[in-house]
Every structure is written in C-alpha cells, then in structure tokens.
Ligand binder design. Structure first.
Ligand code: GLN
Length: 199
C-alpha cells in the first residue's frame, strides 16, 4: 500500500529533513512550489525558516491565495516554527506587511522567547504522541499568545502553547524534523489518513 502524498512547501527552509521524516513514517513526500503541485497532495508541510521571507515568496510564486483556499477546503497542513506563524490568524511582532495563510484560530508572537534564549532544546510531553517525551528544538521560535476554543493545545513550555491542533491543522513552535524522531510526522500523517483526503 502506498502512503499519502505529502507536499513540503519548498520555497525556503529545511525541506530535506521533513522529507526524510515523512518517508520514515510511510508517506510519499513531494516538493511543492506551484499551484498544480499543491493540487496533487493529500497534506502539506510548511517548514521552518523565516516567515516574512516565506510569505513574500508565497506572493511571488502566486501560492498565497491557492494555499488559503486549500486550507479553507480542509487540506491537512502541518506548520513548524515559521510554518506555525503562517497558519496563525494574526502575528504579534511580525512585519506589518507580512502575509499569513491562516486557518488556526490563534495569535502567535514571533521570536517570542527573546534574544537571550534564541535557541534552546527541551523534552516535552505532547498530547497524541505516545512513548517518551519529544525532544524539541526551538530556534527563534514563536509561541501561541492567544488561542480560540477550537484550538487544542498539545504541549506547552512554561505557560505558552507550543504545539496545537485544530481539525486537520497541526503546528509546532519547535522543529521535529531535526531530531530523527518522526513521531510528530506520524501524528500528522495519521491526521491526513483520517481526514479522508488520501487517494
Ligand atoms: N523567527 C522565524 C520567523 O519569524 C521563525 C524561525 C524558524 O522557523 N526557525 O519566521
């Protein structure tokens, strides 16, 4: 049986690491840069990078509106770090012209953990992920500042939500593709399979 086709937005960021993690859990990763490629996937990963840059490139590649429409139509999407920002309804400390895709009823704070702790690693219990804690790598990460009732918080650092889910949309402030632990990707692929968009 072949796994679901999962696109990885390949405009900027750690595309290859996500592809490896998706293959590890039986999905078929494909790079997405064009609308036609977007239309052919069962789910999509938005990798980390720089949300302002990715947003600008989404406009250049004319992918912003198709992506918004795909999310509204129920495409499962997993955003990590910058990808989490892109899935938010609004961003604090973003750039004024920074475009978002939206979909998750939440406001995120960009670079939330501040300059002194630009990057850090921590073991996190994540709801829906079985086994030992997930080793989470944060790099200039956002946190969720405000979330609507429909947003399920899967993990927190101190008080701040850093992993969330709303229906077929999943987001982490950390980078699960960097640790060789593919359980977050497994969770996403399970979401894709159960969302029924698998072909
Ligand atoms: N700080 C970045 C942003 O604003 C996100 C960092 C990351 O993806 N590692 O998009």
């Amino acid at each position: 049986m072949s796994g679901p086709r999962i696109g990885i937005l390949a405009l900027q960021g750690d595309v290859r690491e996500h592809a490896r993690a998706l293959s590890d859990v039986g999905a078929r990763p494909v790079e997405v840069r064009r609308t036609a490629e977007l239309a052919a996937v069962d789910g999509l990963v938005l990798p980390g990078g720089e949300s302002t840059t990715i947003g600008r490139l989404l406009r250049v590649f004319e992918l912003l509106e198709p992506l918004r429409a795909a999310v509204v139509a129920g495409l499962p999407v997993f955003g990590s770090c910058a990808g989490m920002i892109l899935l938010a309804r609004d961003v604090v400390d973003g750039r004024p012209d920074q475009p978002l895709i939206g979909g998750l009823d939440m406001v995120v704070r960009r670079n939330a953990f501040g300059r002194q702790v630009d990057s850090f690693e921590v073991d996190l219990d994540v709801d829906g992920v079985e086994g030992p804690p997930v080793h989470a790598v944060f790099i200039r990460a956002p946190w969720v500042e405000k979330a609507g009732d429909a947003v399920e918080v899967l993990a927190r650092v101190a008080e701040a939500p850093v992993a969330v889910r709303q229906g077929p949309l999943l987001a982490t402030a950390f980078h699960p593709e960097l640790t060789g632990d593919s359980r977050m990707h497994r969770l996403f692929v399970d979401i894709v399979r159960s969302s029924g968009s698998g072909r």
